[in-house]
Design a protein around this ligand. Sequence first.
Ligand code: ASP
Ligand code: MG
Length: 465
Amino acid sequence: MGSHRRLRVLKFGGTSVGDAGSIRRAARRAASTASRQRTIVVVSAMAGTTNLLLQTACAAAARDRRWPEAIEQMRRRHEETARSLLPAAELPRFTRTLNQALETFESMCRGFALVGEATPRGLDTVSSLGELVSAELFAGRMRASGVRAEAIDATGLIVTDDRYGDANVFIEPTQARLKRRLLPLLRRGLLPVVTGFRGATREGVPTTLGRGSSDYTATLLGALLDADEVTIWSDVDGVMTADPRLVPGARVIPRLTYGEAIELAFFGAKVIHWKAILPVMERRVPLRVRNSFRPSVPGTLIVAESAGRSAVAAVTAVARVRLVTVRGERSLGPVELATRVLGWLGTSGVHPLLLMQSSAEGSLAFALTHEEAPALAGLTQQLFHRHRLDGVVLHASQEVGLVTAIGAEFRHPTDVTARIFGALARRRVQVLAVANGPSGQGVALAVPPAMLGAAVGAIHREFRL
Ligand code: ASP
Ligand code: MG
């Protein structure tokens, strides 16, 4: 496709910009890419910053008097990093950005303390301030090394709805803004350093795209601007066949399909946000995951075509999953039951890992991660109190571990599921629930919490991963 396709998007995660040394390394890497082709950088906040911002906002809302100290902590860390990273000439510009961010932080916290509450809208304004500051640091560092870089706030680029904390992107207006605001910079030979995680409503109210979603910012830019590759620079060697803490023999997978990567990310592989796969999958842009601390490792390439190896590519594990079974009262048909439960899940903003439904029994089960526990507590409380919710009765709620075997070739060989069950039976792993995804790219099994490691190991070994 001609030279306009020569665009690279590089995303650096929180640890890759976690201190002065890491930013220096990342900026050098970006400079070397930029010397060869047009480049856009997307950055996360410095590691730990987003958590600090959110915790501080909640502390302020709870009228815990220690919140001003957290603001000072954020100032000190960024100032120290800037002093070791930027020449004197770059400091005023950085300090302006930092002060602005801290002023917003402080006035928002004051507001939260005053009303004794932090609204989702207010939290979004606060939680993504770290990206504004890290982008300015990164751009300043690049300019110091002779690259014409410019920090860009993505609230002017990414248009979203107002689902705060997990906003949905409107593709067309976003693409129009990218073409209008980002392409001219590239044409002038500038390197944009874009804040990850942030967006804004049409009215300009800041939103965020979900925790860990800077990956998504990068793939969105890459897909909408027709990049020839998006590279996610993180702190691991790539996507692994299993969590190495559970399976010592786990290795990096050199190549995955988009479909496999989505399933893997969704079911517990922390290395990339599952949402991030969608834009590049749609536009067929190759996505690479690499370790910024070990650049000699080639990492994982995520593309459309399968590498055609064993039916199972990887096994994931999610610990502390809540498996909830509900039943409908006699008068409630299976479709009604599903409608009510899905309606509740939708309004509570939770993302069930899986849903299983049996019409004959009039029951439905769903699995939620422990992060969704507060929302779940709300539901179970209602169920327990009134013992029913519009004809829906809580039947069981148990903690399980969720193990998922994933592979693009899963659908074809007839013996894959049999081998999985055989391997688990030999290790005496009890299977509490099974969900065979309609994507045909994997199977998820709920097992007793204590058996999670054994289950992952057994499947990993069975398929010689
Ligand atoms: N800083 C944000 C977070 O920690 C976004 C990201 O790092 O991807 O969730
Ligand atoms: Mg992060």
